[in-house]
Ligand binder design. Structure first.
Ligand SMILES: [Zn+2]
Length: 64
């Protein structure tokens, strides 16, 4: 994936439309917009369809 076709992995918007935050996962450079970043942080299971394995992310230090 190049910067030219970078898009939020959830809503598919590009950096022409919204700021994108890049991150690496399983060796790939991926992008997510500020609107969807909190989902990646707090509720990654919702991203399992677009981010393989996200349903098994677990906090390193879980507190209820
Ligand atoms: Zn998005």
């Amino acid at each position: 994936m190049t910067a030219d076709n970078a898009h939020c992995l959830v809503c598919k918007r590009t950096s022409d439309e919204i700021p994108l935050i890049s991150f690496r996962y399983q060796g790939s450079d991926l992008f997510i917009c500020p609107q969807h970043l909190p989902i990646l942080i707090h509720d990654p299971t919702k991203l399992a369809e677009v981010l393989p394995g996200a349903d098994s992310f677990e906090p390193a230090d879980h507190e209820d």
